[in-house]
Every structure is written in C-alpha cells, then in structure tokens.
Design a protein around this ligand. Sequence first.
Ligand code: AP5
Length: 192
Amino acid sequence: MLNLIIFGPPGSGKGTQSAKIVEKYKVTHISTGDLLRDEMEKKTPLGEEVRGYIDKGMLVPDDIVIRELQETAERHMDTPGFIFDGFPRTIVQAEMLDKMMEERGIPINLVISVDVDEQELFKRLMGRAEDSGRSDDNEEIIWKRIEVYKSQTLPLLAYYRKQGKVASINGMEPVEEVFENISHAIDSLMAV
Ligand code: AP5
C-alpha cells in the first residue's frame, strides 16, 4: 500500500497536487479541510462547531479532526493507498495516524513537504479568494493561517525527519514541474 502525506503551508498546492497524485497512483484522497467544509456547508452540528475555528484561521481541536479522519479512513480500507492532505497538523494527530496505520500494518511511506515562500502563498490565496467562496480566504485570515502553520504545524517536519520519511519539494515551480518532482520521489520509493 502507498500511504502518503502531503505537507505544506496554506496555498502551497497540497490540494492541486493531491488531485494529480490520485489520478496517477489511484490512492484515496483524504483532506480534513474538505471534510470540515463539507460539514459547514451542510450546516450540521459539527459544521457549526468547527466554523468558529476555521473562520478565524485557527486549528480545529484535535479530538474533532481525529474522529473525522478515522471515520473516513475506515470507510476506505480497501484502497490501494491514501494521500492525507492537511492532516496531521499537530504532534497528537501525527501520533494517532502512525498508531492507526501501524496497527493495520500499513504505515506512512512518505511525507511530501512542499516549500513555497510566504509572499507567493499570500498572492496565490488572494487570487483564489476571488472565486473560492472560502470564508477563510481573506487578507487577515490568510496571514493568520500562515502564522498558525509556522507555530503549530511546521514543527511536525522534525517528527517525520526523525523517521527518515520526508521528501522536500520546491513548490515555487509551475504545477506540472512540481508534480514531476513529486512523482520522482514516489517512484523512487516504490522502486525500493
Ligand atoms: P485546509 O483546507 O487544509 O487548508 P490550507 O492548509 O489552508 O490549504 P489550502 O487549501 O488553502 O491550500 P493548498 O495547499 O491545498 O493549496 P491549493 O492546491 O488549494 O484547512 C483549512 C482549515 O481547516 C484550517 O485553517 C483549519 O481551521 C481546519 N483544519 C483542516 N485540517 C485540520 C487539521 N488536521 N487539524 C486542525 N484543523 C484543521 O492551491 C492554492 C492556490 O494556488 C490555488 O488557486 C491553486 O490554483 C494555486 N496553485 C497551486 N499550485 C500552484 C503552483 N505551483 N503555481 C502557481 N499557483 C499554484
């Protein structure tokens, strides 16, 4: 099984690259951001609970996100693999994911870390804001999301580096070139 994490700041291209990875490697895409926004759109009690965090650019509490992730992953255990997008974002989430995958004998194989500088992130997200309809795509909250990423999520890279699982990818290049470099990293892993 090919189990991947795509890791990077808001606007680094995690969603864009996940779609291409799914098409080529037939893995199941799980984006916790998409799952939570879906609940918000449906105005479920969970959606209403998480709206306050997402609209402020803050992380949703671990217990809520972990429950969503687990329930979704359980429904897809017959997949050839997973790509986790936007999860994990804290050490608690990473430890839970490792435990869940290792218990099933399907550990995470690779963490694809996409690097993009802050001004470019801001430019991309302000561009997307024009038609995304996302309540967190506005100037103030975009900067907040970038700050939250740096303080709460970036430290996770050290956790995965210790496990020797990180492939760093330059996300400043055009979409197709970024994907080519990601594909190389995945193919090298599969060739081992
Ligand atoms: P989430 O949905 O995960 O959003 P994010 O991390 O802020 O990332 P984005 O979706 O904004 O960007 P992306 O990296 O996917 O880039 P994209 O491909 O869209 O999380 C949202 C919120 O939900 C969080 O703030 C939090 O509140 C909550 N949440 C989610 N998961 C959680 C968790 N695990 N724990 C706690 N809370 C959680 O691209 C962006 C734009 O750039 C697009 O317009 C795209 O066309 C363009 N673009 C992409 N690649 C390129 C390129 N190479 N060159 C030029 N433009 C490009």
